[in-house]
Ligand binder design. Sequence first.
Ligand SMILES: NC(=O)c1ccc[n+]([C@@H]2O[C@H](COP(=O)([O-])OP(=O)(O)OC[C@H]3O[C@@H](n4cnc5c(N)ncnc54)[C@H](OP(=O)(O)O)[C@@H]3O)[C@@H](O)[C@H]2O)c1
Length: 298
Amino acid sequence: MEQQVALVTGASSGIGEQTALELLRHGFVVYGAARRADRMAAIVGAGGHAIAMDVTDDASMRAGVEQILAAHGRIDVLVNNAGYGSYGALEDVPIDEARRQFEVNVFGLARLTQLVLPGMRARRSGTIVNISSIGGRIYEPLGAWYHATKFAVEGLSDSLRVELEPHGIRVVVIQPGAIRTEWSAISRRSAIERSGSTAYAAQARALVRALEAADRSTGATEPHVVAATIAKAAGARRPRTRYATPLSAKVIVGLRRVLPDRAVDRVIRSVFSPTKEELAEAQHAEAPHADDVDRTGV
Ligand SMILES: NC(=O)c1ccc[n+]([C@@H]2O[C@H](COP(=O)([O-])OP(=O)(O)OC[C@H]3O[C@@H](n4cnc5c(N)ncnc54)[C@H](OP(=O)(O)O)[C@@H]3O)[C@@H](O)[C@H]2O)c1
């Protein structure tokens, strides 16, 4: 049987890197894509290929897909994994940054899917694996834009699944829980940058504490666990529509399905409420808002 060809975005780190390595172990021809092409040496060392690609840059996405098609004539599996967390109170996040969050987490995923679909349709076969999150089902304060993108990936993937079924193409959603990667530090940094000295400063500190605790906890999951699930879904003839991983993620998604909003709010509040120390610290950090300055004539 001909070797299956997979393209994995966000392969320079975390879940994407481990997925590329896992697919190589499963016998796929693997192309890892990311902006930091130099960070994919492990994939190249294991027999894979590295492509420099920015999922906000149409030309780089087209060039990457063309390169693979020229070499192999096909892409059987696309793992849309590239993404980051843009945190901060909705009031504080510039709309340009919100647009960028959507460019990377949603439009990049959609554009790359557009580019691989003609080939998959022609062969009446292929699998699109979209990396969502438990954050595509639940929510955090100061996470409005990140969650908006992941909720969007959930809805987009549902439509796409039924749209592509008649063409023989499978669409799978992966919902990871807290996974130990570069994601947490990037998300924490964005929360502090945007809201660390605004009216939301205490909530920003509480969020950072909660994200840090999830990252440091001995129970935190390593990315190879998610990679194993992705590889299983990519190789399945009839994959499930969604895979929440690890078990704790499954529990959270299950609870969200049965609990009313207010009950979920209470749980979220218990995790993300600022402590007395965080409230005190935030009072010192809080700077006057630009609009307040104008209004008071200071
Ligand atoms: N870690 C978690 O707890 C967790 C939980 C649920 C879902 N997820 C999701 O899992 C996916 C992978 O995240 P991760 O945890 O593995 O984080 P990570 O270690 O930060 O990896 C993110 C990857 O995305 C790539 N990326 C970011 N912006 C990009 C762009 N504009 N163009 C191309 N590639 C870009 C990065 O590569 P370059 O910077 O080199 O381009 C990197 O390889 C994300 O979609 C994330 O939202 C993560």
